[in-house]
Design a protein around this ligand. Structure first.
Ligand SMILES: Cc1ncc(COP(=O)(O)O)c(C=O)c1O
Length: 391
């Protein structure tokens, strides 16, 4: 059981706002803020390089924390500035060429899809869109049927940016393993919201970000690549951290996932991300998932009771992201109205979910995303505010 009073006391933002934008960027808990500002203070006092050296032990803890959170080994983790670049570093490293095929789904994150479109244009890679099943999640049986001799990658977003769907990643992982195809999972919205184990998920690549459900600082992200795969691929960019310069025209790639990192990075952010992963693990990811799922379900129920509100989350398993619209009010207007009452939510525009929204005949949607530090009272207050009864 999560001590909600305690986690709220450690989250000063709770006193200022009703924050249902955890899928955008969560409110930071004190230990994360202290790690970031503590490191920045040290940089100010003794110098940036010197501070990094002084904090080397603590900074190395980032790999242990993230590996522990994902059931991976520390050398299979890279620190990257955000989830998009993490995904890109792995995707563009894969030897995909003319005629190779990638299987993906309409819930794929916009920037990942754009990267795939770029490789389709540049290298003639073919993209196969797996249909949704009757519930709206990726149709795993159809995915298996669509695997052909040139299928080289399965790319899936675990929890999409635009709603509460949790795709059946483990089932997809089993299919991928049975066919010997690398499975790449975008866990940007699921990391920090639910337990993730790369062994169980069957993914060989996983990307995530710091600021969302993990409650880390902005400008931080991470990448997991299974060692055997990492050591067979060449990252799209190399520098003096991802390689060792061994001769004027020679270099050796860094072992494991470290080859996907940059030399220069947001060091205070690294400290903050380590603190965020430690904090999430201490709270307990199974307990987090249970509470977030329950609060999400309560919010759907409360919003369903508001006249004119439609709910749009699909799939069998739903998480803490709730997508909705109120008849006669644009989602951006709902967001502005609630912001005036100290209530945070966000909006997914059509341009962020083009294929999915077109398939479902949707334009923009409101997005309210709860976390474990939110309360039942906040859920009810949010629904009342959407209804227009004030906060
Ligand atoms: C599912 C999903 N993947 C990837 C991203 C991109 O994350 P970042 O902004 O850290 O690059 C997002 C951001 O909203 C997301 O929702």
């Amino acid at each position: 059981m999560i001590d909600v009073a305690r986690v709220r006391a450690e989250t000063p933002g709770c006193e200022r706002v009703l924050h249902f934008n955890n899928a955008g960027a969560s409110l930071m808990p004190d230990p994360v803020w202290e790690a970031v500002t503590g490191h920045l203070a040290l940089e100010r006092e003794i110098g940036g390089y010197e501070a990094e050296r002084a904090a080397a032990g603590a900074l190395a803890g980032l790999y242990d924390e993230l590996a522990g959170m994902l059931g991976a080994e520390p050398d299979e983790i890279a620190f990257v500035e955000n989830a998009t670049r993490a995904w890109d570093m792995a995707f563009y490293a894969l030897p995909l060429g003319e005629g190779d095929r990638v299987l993906t789904h309409a819930s794929e994150y916009v920037s990942n899809w754009l990267g795939m479109v770029q490789l389709a244009r540049r290298r003639g890679v073919a993209l196969d869109l797996v249909p949704s099943d009757g519930t709206g999640q990726v149709d795993v049986a159809a995915l298996e049927r669509m695997i052909g001799p040139r299928t080289r990658l399965i790319a899936l977003t675990h929890v999409p940016t635009q709603g509460g769907l949790v795709n059946p990643a483990e089932e997809v992982g089993r299919v991928a393993a049975a066919h010997g195809i690398p499975f790449m999972l975008d866990a940007c919205q699921s990391a920090g919201q639910m337990p993730l184990d790369v062994g169980q998920l069957g993914c060989r690549i996983l990307s995530g970000t710091g600021r969302k459900f993990l409650r880390g600082p902005r400008g931080t992200g991470f990448l997991y690549v299974a060692r055997e795969l990492a050591e067979r691929v060449e990252p799209p960019f190399v520098d003096l951290r991802s390689t060792r310069w061994t001769g004027p025209a020679r270099y050796e790639l860094a072992p494991g996932a470290r080859r996907f990192e940059n030399w220069e990075s947001y060091v205070a952010g690294r400290a903050g991300l380590a603190a965020a992963a430690r904090y999430a693990r201490a709270v307990g990811l199974a307990a987090i998932e249970a509470r977030v799922t329950a609060l999400g379900a309560r919010l759907r129920e409360a919003l369903a009771a508001v006249p004119g509100v439609s709910l749009h989350d699909v799939g069998v398993r739903k998480c803490g992201i709730v997508s909705f619209a109120r008849a006669g009010e644009a989602p951006s207007a709902t967001m502005r109205r609630l912001a005036g009452q100290g209530i945070n939510m966000s909006v997914t525009p059509r341009s962020s979910a083009l294929i999915d929204f077109a398939e479902r005949g949707l334009d923009a949607l409101g997005r309210a995303s709860v976390h474990y530090y939110n309360t039942e009272e906040e859920v009810d207050r949010f629904a009342a505010a959407v209804a227009g009864k004030g906060a």
